[in-house]
Design a protein around this ligand. Structure first.
Ligand SMILES: [Zn+2]
Length: 258
């Protein structure tokens, strides 16, 4: 029973062999998948997948890369998508100063706007953060997510992690935890409390070792769970159970609906 809490199954790279990808996930013990949106189109696709498959759940939101193109019509449609039964979070949203595909002030506006929309919708948020640690922390303190928050594939320092944990947030681990140069992430994984971590793939990106050159898919979340179990000194099923329970604590709607 493993929950891949972040997989872009709506990506066109799965169109050709979608059924096989799901079969391999089921065969590897993945019982739930959360598909976040990154723009309006992908949010619509995530909701459509969640409607069709009982074990798929959705989040809706505009990624910082696409923040520039979002106008009122986009926000209105996201608000209505967010009311769907199987939408359990708002995301992925945040700041990306590594690629800077939208101007920084536009990214910040879209981020704050979506925290407010998530609060109004009663949903937790899923955060994408790349090289924007100080600004994201400042904005989160000024505009609190009222229904919780997870940093997906958390890549910051243990110092920042402690601040996030103090705010009650969750940290999610993905493929990079299995990489040899993951010193900082390793330190975070060692320190994170048992009731605050989740696991994910971020498929089709960030494939874990030893499959790193291939397209990622939800079945590979097993590698992340194995690595986390090693680091925590726990059995693999125990880590899977904790990660699932932590996911349920944050994305409560999914839990209530079975
Ligand atoms: Zn993602």
């Amino acid at each position: 029973m493993i929950w891949d809490t972040h997989a872009h199954l709506d990506d066109e790279r799965y169109r050709r062999d979608f059924a096989e990808v799901l079969a391999r996930a089921k065969g590897s013990g993945i019982s739930r998948i959360l598909n976040p949106g990154y723009d309006l189109e992908s949010s619509r696709r995530a909701v459509a997948l969640a409607r069709e498959y009982p074990f798929i759940w959705a989040a809706v939101g505009i990624h910082p890369h696409d923040a520039g193109g979002a106008g009122q019509a986009t926000w209105d449609e996201l608000v209505s998508l967010a009311q769907e039964e199987k939408v359990v979070a708002w995301g992925e949203i945040g700041l990306d100063y590594y690629r800077d595909l939208s101007p920084r002030f536009v990214q910040q506006q879209a981020f704050v706007n979506q925290i407010e929309l998530a609060n109004a919708a009663g949903l937790p948020i899923i955060i994408h953060n790349r090289d924007a640690h100080q600004d994201i922390l400042r904005l989160l303190k000024q505009h609190r997510p009222e229904h919780g928050c997870v940093f997906h594939v958390y890549s910051g320092s243990w110092e920042m992690a402690k601040e996030l944990l103090n705010l009650g947030f969750y940290l999610s681990f993905g493929g990079p935890l299995t990489y040899k140069n993951a010193r900082q992430t390793l330190e975070v994984a060692q320190g994170v409390p048992m009731d605050r971590f989740m696991v994910e793939t971020d498929s089709p990106y960030l494939t874990p070792e030893p499959y790193r050159s291939q397209r990622n898919e939800p079945a590979r979340v097993v590698e992340v769970v194995k690595r986390l179990a090693e680091i925590k000194g726990l059995e693999v099923p125990e880590v899977a159970r904790l990660a699932l329970e932590n996911g349920e604590a944050l994305f409560g709607k999914a839990c209530a609906a079975g």
